[in-house]
Structure formats: C-alpha cells, structure tokens
Ligand binder design. Structure first.
Ligand SMILES: *Cc1c(COP(=O)(O)O)cnc(C)c1O
Length: 375
C-alpha cells in the first residue's frame, strides 16, 4: 500500500486557457522536470489542448522524450548545457536550443552539419538573472554577431530572443528594469541585422498580471499546474485550479495512552489517550521532513497535524477519538475543494515554495491521470 498522485488533465487544460487569456501573447507551457512532477507527456498534450502553442523543457533529453511520444509542437530545451548533451539528435528532431555565448552557437552549428539541417536557436540575453545568457553590452553583441554569421552560412536559424525574470513580484522595479534591458538588447540585435524573431521574457507571475510584458510568447510553468506563483494571492483568486492531489490510504490505526512518544526521537508525545493513524508516505516520496509538526492532512473530514517526524516511508497523524478505518483516504494536498491543504500551505509549513512540493513527489508514487484533455 502506498500513495497515489492524481493529476487532473482537465485542470491543466483550463489553467492553460486562463493563462492564454491574460498573457497577451502565445503560451509556451513549461513541462520540465516531468511537468513539475505531474507527468510530462500527458500534461504537454493537455496544455496543447488548452491553447499552448509551444512547450518548454530544461534538457535535450526531456525534449527528445516528448518527440518520442509523438509530440510535434515546437519545443525549446531552455536550460540546455551544450557540453556533453546530444545536440545532434536535438537538431535532427527539430528541438529548439538556447544560445548564450558564441561557443554555444559554434556547437549548434557543428551539430547542424551532423544532422543535415539548421539548428533552431533562441538567443538568451542576461538582463539580471546572472544565470544563463550573454550579459548586455559587448557579450550580447558578440553572441548576436556569431549567430548571424552562422545563419548566413545556413547552419543555424535564429528563431527567438529571450530573457528570464528574477522577481516573482511582477510589479517589482527589477522586473521593469529587466524589461527595459530586454528591449534595449532587441534594438541592438536589430541594428546588428537580426530580423524579426519570437521575443519571450515572461513566466507565470507576469503572465497572470502583466499582459504588457508578454511580448510574443510567455513561458508558463507553475500556473499551468494550477498553483499560485505569488504568496499574497491564492490559486482560486487567480482563476487557477491545482491539478495535483496527493493521497494515501490509512495503513494502520491504533489506540495509545497519554504520554506515548511517537516516531524517531519522540518528537511528539500524546497528551491524552488518543488514536493514531499511519500514512504510507514519507520523505522518499517527497514529503518534506521540514514540515513535521506543522503540516496538516485531511482525514475523516478533519484536518490532522503530522505527529512527530516525517520518516522516509511513513508519517503518523493523531486522530483523537474519531473513528478512522484502515484504507480510509488521507488527502495530503490538492485543490482544496474538500478542505484538504494546498501545496502552497505545505510549502509554507516546510519553508519552501510550492514548486518544490509538487516537483519532489517521488518516482515510486504512481501518477494517475484523470480527465480527458489531450487524450
Ligand atoms: C522554469 C522556467 C520557466 C517557468 O517558470 P514558472 O515560474 O514556473 O512559470 C520559465 N522560463 C524559464 C527559463 C524557466 O527555467
């Protein structure tokens, strides 16, 4: 007996429709890291059914897995590290690649010769993230110049120009500064001879709040899965619905007297005679150990706090005098309709972000896709 991760594909479709309506641009649904734990292939199909026209992943391997599943929509492997990656197969499969330095252009051009077709590149400008991409100024000019030279030689096709936002607050001054730097970089590229390309800067936060930052395409991950990317607004307030529900059946119940220590280190001690219920999910399944004693689950119509530590494979909750049966469902998190906690609440309890809560649900928890979107 273990847990199940139920993923509602109709919610993925509806969330994509919602983002499409507010973004003021086309939508690239980001399905990296197995669609933030939700299952890349079914979620990609559901997002495409909801109006997404692009898919984004982190690595070439993730992009090739979408192609192997028969998905032919444009795919950009956003966080490709070209060294050692199967760049040739990516070019051959029509996977778009980022380029943040002349060296990456050279590698893509070499792969294009191997593949017998031009490499499709999105030039990345670092407007403040200090992660991938060429810094504004001479580095960006060198990148654009190298890409245009390779394009003239027929080895690459420059498809896009992009940058990534630092802040989750779409109205933060840094966001505005980045948008200005992006426009500036686009103007520079135009002066150097780059024709019209797809411009993309935004992510979930900006897609929901700043239609003016949409440019041609927004790269939207978290909102696709129905989670709020900001602390001060719930998913429901943003018109989103969480796609993932994590649940498990009660594995065992027992009655214990007052003063019973529970779990490793007896981090919890009962203060009266009470019932305990054993839940077969632990940190190996992605339940954050840091949420012990704080996070809650829904069981038997009531919220129950985790008693003691989260173990590798199990956790325990106190149920008092309530009648709880073995096999009864425990909801760890979900959209919240039935009173269960959300991934955002778990994130707050664990001192992290909801991205991490859903993405870390472990490989041994089977994904059960429900709904009809994209099927
Ligand atoms: C993951 C990622 C995104 C998606 O971000 P969300 O906040 O989940 O919408 C967009 N762009 C890049 C470059 C990313 O790595």
């Amino acid at each position: 007996m273990t847990g199940t991760c139920v993923v509602d594909l109709d919610a993925v479709r509806a969330n994509t429709e919602r983002v499409r309506a507010t973004a003021g641009a086309e939508v690239m649904s980001v399905v990296k890291a197995d669609a933030y734990g939700h299952g890349a292939v079914p979620c990609a199909r559901a997002a495409l059914a909801g109006g997404a026209t692009w898919l984004g992943v982190a690595t070439i391997e993730e992009a090739l897995a979408l192609r192997a599943a028969g998905i032919s929509a444009p795919v950009l492997a956003l966080l490709t590290v070209t060294a050692g990656a199967p760049v040739g197969p990516a070019v051959a499969a029509g996977v778009d690649l980022p380029a943040g330095s002349p060296r990456e252009v050279t590698l893509a051009a070499a792969a294009a010769q191997e593949a017998g077709r031009p490499a499709r590149l999105h030039l990345e400008l670092d407007t403040g993230m200090s992660r991938g991409g060429a810094r504004t100024g001479p580095d960006w000019e060198d990148l654009v110049t190298a890409a245009l030279k390779a394009q003239a030689g027929g080895e690459v096709e420059v498809v896009g120009a992009w940058s990534h936002l630092v802040e989750d607050d779409p109205h933060h001054p840094t966001t505005s500064a980045q948008a200005a730097a992006f426009l500036d970089g686009l103007a520079t590229a135009g002066r150097l001879g780059l024709g019209p390309v797809l411009r993309h800067l935004g992510k979930s936060t900006s897609a929901l709040a700043r239609g003016d930052l949409g440019f041609d395409l927004v790269r939207c991950g978290l909102a696709t899965y129905g989670l709020s990317p900001v602390d001060d607004r719930t998913a429901a307030e943003l018109g989103l619905r969480a796609a993932m529900t994590l649940r498990a059946p009660v594995a065992l119940t027992k009655r214990v007297p007052a003063g019973t220590g529970v779990g490793y280190g007896h981090r919890h001690t009962t203060d009266r005679e009470t019932g305990l219920a054993l839940v077969p999910l632990g940190y190996a399944d992605g339940i954050p150990r840091a949420a012990a004693d704080r996070a809650e689950v829904l069981l038997g119509g009531a919220r129950r706090r985790i008693a003691g530590t989260v173990c590798m494979d199990q956790l325990v909750v106190e149920v008092g005098d309530d009648a709880v049966e073995v096999g009864e469902p425990v909801l760890l998190f979900g959209p919240g309709d039935q009173g269960e906690p959300t991934a955002q609440e778990w994130a707050q309890a664990a001192g992290t972000i909801s991205y991490e809560i859903v993405t870390r649900v472990g490989a041994r928890v089977p994904r059960c896709h429900v709904g009809t979107a994209g099927r």
